[in-house]
Write a protein that binds this ligand. Structure first.
Ligand SMILES: NC(=O)c1ccc[n+]([C@@H]2O[C@H](COP(=O)([O-])OP(=O)(O)OC[C@H]3O[C@@H](n4cnc5c(N)ncnc54)[C@H](O)[C@@H]3O)[C@@H](O)[C@H]2O)c1
Length: 271
């Protein structure tokens, strides 16, 4: 049986770790040819090697999503390596550093320079990815190389509800709204725009350590925060993103899909 994204060409950002690495491996397993893009070129290459070792087609590029030229270059690399672009997965994201020994930084404790960095990666990085992909999709359509394309971004459950860091949530809320508005703008061109909204996952995000000796206990705690009672795995988010990029989702656009064990759905009366 063909994979869910068989033969499609994808750029995945933030591919050197966590969700981006899981997505690169999953998309390749399902037949996509992938450019694994990350600001940490060594980690991107490590992901690409893992994908190739598993029989996939994958190349790594160093890419800073906060730099539009760098994102354009990642799309150009996809076209050079695999002839076209079908999918961009804008996954790279960062958050405000926690207060050592205390945890989440309140809004008034946030440093303006760091706020700008987070906004630049989480909002502008997604916008640059959308722009670069849409330009390439339009070029392919003009050249008779097939119309349309799929864009998916990693937002967060923090973009759907008040949850965790305020500044971070605001950037993810921007991605949620961008997803809706852009989906409408480009629907006539056959371009679909969706996002996945995960709850907490144990990755390198926010200085966490997925290899921590306390991994079991941390995951148990994360699971308890969700109605379904189990922690969200990066592969869960990758699977939702792949579904949204696949032809199974050919009539789905403008959707911000929670991957949160039911967290955003509400709570039981009395809880
Ligand atoms: N882990 C969580 O709890 C959680 C929850 C909700 C949403 N998210 C979102 O999921 C996405 C993936 O995060 P993760 O959990 O896999 O974290 P991670 O830190 O493990 O991976 C993020 C990757 O993005 C890369 N990156 C950072 N800045 C970049 C830039 N400017 N250009 C290109 N690459 C860059 C990093 O090098 C890293 O490889 C992010 O958008 C994050 O906001 C994470």
């Amino acid at each position: 049986m063909d994979g869910l994204v068989q033969g499609k060409v994808a750029v995945i950002t933030g591919a050197g770790s966590g969700v981006g690495r899981a997505a690169t491996l999953l998309f390749c397993e399902h037949g996509a040819r992938v450019i694994a893009a990350d600001i940490d070129g060594g980690n991107a290459e490590a992901t690409a090697m893992m994908a190739r070792d598993a029989g996939g087609e994958c190349r790594a590029v160093t890419c800073n999503v906060a730099d539009p030229a760098s994102v354009e270059a990642a799309v150009t690399a996809a076209v050079a390596a695999f002839g076209r672009l079908d999918i961009i997965y804008n996954n790279a994201g960062i958050t405000i550093s926690p207060v050592p020994g205390k945890g989440l930084r309140s809004l008034v404790e946030c440093d303006p320079e760091e706020m700008k960095r987070v906004e630049d990666v989480n909002i502008n990085g997604v916008i640059y990815g959308c722009q670069a992909a849409i330009r390439q999709f339009e070029k392919q359509a003009r050249e008779g190389a097939g119309s349309g394309g799929a864009i998916v971004s990693t937002a967060s459950v923090a973009g759907l509800m008040g949850y965790g860091g305020v500044l971070y949530g605001a950037t993810k809320g921007a991605v949620v709204q961008l997803t809706r508005a852009l989906a409408i703008e480009v629907a006539g061109k056959g371009i679909r725009v969706n996002a996945v909204c995960p709850a907490g996952m144990l990755t390198h995000y926010a200085g966490m350590d997925p290899d921590s000796e306390h991994r079991g206990r941390i995951l148990e705690g994360m699971g308890k925060a969700h109605p379904l009672g189990k922690p969200i795995d990066p592969a869960d988010t990758a699977a939702a993103a792949m579904f949204l990029c696949s032809d199974l989702a050919s009539n789905i656009t403008g959707v911000n899909l929670p991957v949160d064990g039911g967290l955003a759905a509400g709570r039981k009366v009395g809880d």
